[in-house]
Ligand binder design. Structure first.
Ligand code: PMP
Length: 309
């Protein structure tokens, strides 16, 4: 992944913090904030296309739900967060870009158990290009020794900072080994996801993807499942053993930042830039700019089947 051109704390513009737009450089928090010490902050990553945040309400609702998984309630509803986000995007004058809402417990106490701590919310938006490249270049993943934890070990349904400590470890080791990103297995050794994206394997014209049990229930994942079904491609949500990688015709990742990202290598395996990935890349690029219709086409997550390779 490429880093930001300018440090994130030294830019012009405004950030929305706790109810008001403040100058970008003034959007600071106290060093004794609970969220900084104990990993309990929750966040979203959203993309602006043609001046509108794709799947905005889904993201705001997931933020509220993530906070609940961490045991706190945001003092704003998902509808209010939608409105704030639109305000921030408009203030930034963004046509295409990225939005980062983040919520955390503040600097009221460093007791681990802090039910009365104030909860803060900030929303920032800025121009941000594609995460890897501008073309259909495939990326290479290295399987990580770090795993996605079990649902009774960590709040894996939440988009919580704590979980990204694992992703950061996996990602930095993968990059040091010359890969573009890491592929994490879950606690049982089944295929899980990349550091910031869901995994899809294509085999015989069918899509196979792990159920959202130990992986984030990605909004892009849901969108792409809907698009694939619309294109007549069957989608099977099932547990996948790593051996499934040996039999995949194509592999791709989905995520707000990654969009539909073809994978051309995992460890020493290689995959082509295939037709299914290309068709879904195109369908997704249309959907994110098409507006509201696409949301109706998105299915509810399907129930998972049992373990299988
Ligand atoms: N998994 C992880 C760990 C992620 O961080 C993300 C990015 N939010 C995804 C999957 C994809 O989720 P979404 O499509 O909602 O961006």
């Amino acid at each position: 992944m490429t880093g930001a051109a300018l440090p994130l704390d030294d830019r012009d513009g405004v950030v929305w913090v706790d109810g008001a737009l403040v100058p970008w450089r003034a959007a600071r928090l106290h060093v004794l904030s609970h969220g900084l010490h104990y990993g309990g902050s929750v966040f979203e990553g959203e993309r602006v296309y043609d001046g509108r945040v794709f799947a905005l309400h889904d993201h705001s609702a997931r933020l509220v739900a993530s906070a609940r998984h961490l045991g706190y309630e945001l003092p704003w509803t998902a509808d209010e967060i939608d409105a704030v986000t639109c305000e921030v995007v408009a203030a930034a004058g963004l046509t295409d870009g990225y939005v980062r809402p983040v919520a955390w417990r503040g600097a009221d106490t460093l007791r681990l158990v802090a039910p009365d701590s104030r909860v803060h919310l900030a929303v920032a938006a800025w121009p941000w290009p594609r995460i890897f490249t501008d073309g259909p270049r495939g990326i290479r993943l290295g399987t990580s020794r770090w795993r996605r934890p079990a649902p009774d070990t960590a709040p894996i349904r939440a988009k919580a900072a704590a979980l990204y400590a694992i992703g950061a470890l996996a990602g930095q080791e993968a990059e040091a080994a010359g890969f573009d990103d890491a592929l994490l297995l879950d606690h049982r050794g089944r295929l899980a996801e990349a550091t910031g994206a869901n995994l899809f394997l294509v085999r015989g014209g069918e899509l196979h993807t792990p159920p959202p049990e130990c992986v984030l229930d990605g909004i892009t994942r849901r969108t792409v499942i809907g698009l694939a079904r619309g294109l007549g491609l069957p989608v099977v949500e099932r547990h996948l053993a790593p051996a499934a990688l040996d039999h995949a015709d194509e592999v791709f990742l989905t995520g707000t930042a990654y969009e539909v990202q073809p994978v051309t290598g995992i460890d020493d395996r290689t995959y082509p830039l295939g037709e299914v990935g290309a068709a879904l890349t195109e369908a997704y690029a249309r959907a994110v700019r098409a507006g509201a219709d696409e949301r109706a086409a998105r299915p509810a997550p399907a129930a998972a089947s049992s373990d299988a390779g």
